[in-house]
Design a protein. Structure first.
Length: 360
């Protein structure tokens, strides 16, 4: 499925839900982003620092005014509606729980602001805390909660007002790795039950891939690619996206199975194309040799120089320059046997079957 088809599919899905074009001008920066999502969809906004993700989220919340465009939620224009009057729930990165209130009263705060009596609000809050598995912590204040518990209280507070749009700003960023894994699973379950639109801002590709149905990648204030997680992972179209999903990515001109990329290197691929294409392959597909391999079945062989080495879990990531700049993953044992060090010369090979070419 092409990006145009993905975008068209997204537009077709919107019947109610969110239909927005967010244009925000702040000094020399201009955000111009189109978002469309149907009720029940979870959309993740991804992009490097300064791309405009948080600005887009704040515009949806009404915390930043639109310079142009529109913001329709379930068919109603919200562009001129003040933040407190929008059917929007927000989970901030640092949760922003009221430190002087208990977990129960933090969750009850929203319903009270929407006109519920104190008893009604506290009953609703108790119900949400039970859903989150936090009944035993209803009387605890934020300083007495763990990071995961505070995150769930913040989510309960956002959901207790029955929002038609749920905004999550890096909701797992403040958690340690172990807690993040557990809370990510819980958050996925709660989002699956959420019947309105959810928009998630995150720097973590795993959070986006696990939690979202649709990814929107923003660079320099504009959408550079969007689609399902699997489509984005399989067809990255910028260096940022390729790094995000862990692929070596090149743009070049194909003549059959040969693709000549910038710098003059040729990559042999399994696919047969003519014209502009992208070529991608994972660092794990790269095999390194101290000497030029003889009799190798790999169709791609390049002379490279080690620019840097980085430990990633139980693997070593080698950044290589030369005929074709690329990243290669190998075991610590293999790195030691090759005597890898910055400046060392190596030969990199990749089998054509492990590359993936697609139209640019």
């Amino acid at each position: 499925m092409t990006d145009i088809e993905e975008a068209a599919r997204g537009a077709e899905r919107v019947n109610g839900g969110l239909d927005a074009r967010l244009v925000v001008e702040r000094g020399s920066f201009r955000l111009d982003v189109r978002l469309a999502a149907a009720p029940g969809d979870v959309v993740a906004l991804l992009g490097p620092n300064g791309a405009g993700k948080s600005t887009a989220l704040r515009a949806l919340a009404g915390l930043v005014p639109l310079s142009d465009g529109h913001l329709l939620l379930d068919g109603a224009e919200l562009g001129g509606t003040p933040p407190e009057s929008r059917p929007v729930g927000v989970v901030f990165q640092d949760y922003l729980l009221f430190p002087h209130l208990t977990a129960l009263d933090n969750v009850a705060f929203g319903p009270r602001c929407h006109g519920a009596t104190k008893a009604e609000a506290r009953a609703l809050a108790a119900e949400w805390l039970e859903r989150m598995g936090l009944t035993d912590h209803a009387g605890a204040k934020p300083r007495g909660l763990s990071g995961g518990q505070a995150q769930r209280v913040a989510l309960a507070r956002a959901l207790a007002v029955n929002p038609r749009l749920l905004l999550l700003d890096e909701p797992l960023a403040a958690l340690d790795a172990r807690t993040r894994l557990e809370v990510r699973t819980q958050l996925r379950r709660h989002l699956a039950d959420f019947e309105a639109v959810a928009v998630l801002v995150t720097h973590d590709p795993l959070d986006a891939m696990v939690l979202a149905d649709h990814l929107v990648v923003i660079e320099h204030g504009r959408v550079v690619q969007e689609g399902t997680p699997s489509h984005i992972a399989r067809h990255p179209r910028t260096d940022y996206i390729a790094q995000l999903v862990g692929l070596n990515l090149y743009r070049g001109k194909a003549e059959g199975h040969a693709v000549r990329v910038a710098g003059g290197a040729v990559v042999t691929t399994a696919e047969d194309f003519t014209g502009p294409v992208f070529v991608a392959f994972p660092p794990s597909a790269v095999t390194l040799h101290r000497d030029r391999p003889v009799g190798s079945s790999a169709r791609n062989v390049w002379r490279c120089e080690v620019a840097g080495l980085e430990t990633r879990g139980d693997r070593i990531r080698a950044d290589l320059t030369g005929e074709l700049p690329l990243a290669a993953d190998l075991t610590a044992v293999a790195a030691a046997e090759l005597e890898l060090r910055p400046g060392a010369t190596v030969w990199a090979t990749v089998k054509a079957a492990q590359t993936h070419a697609y139209l640019a």
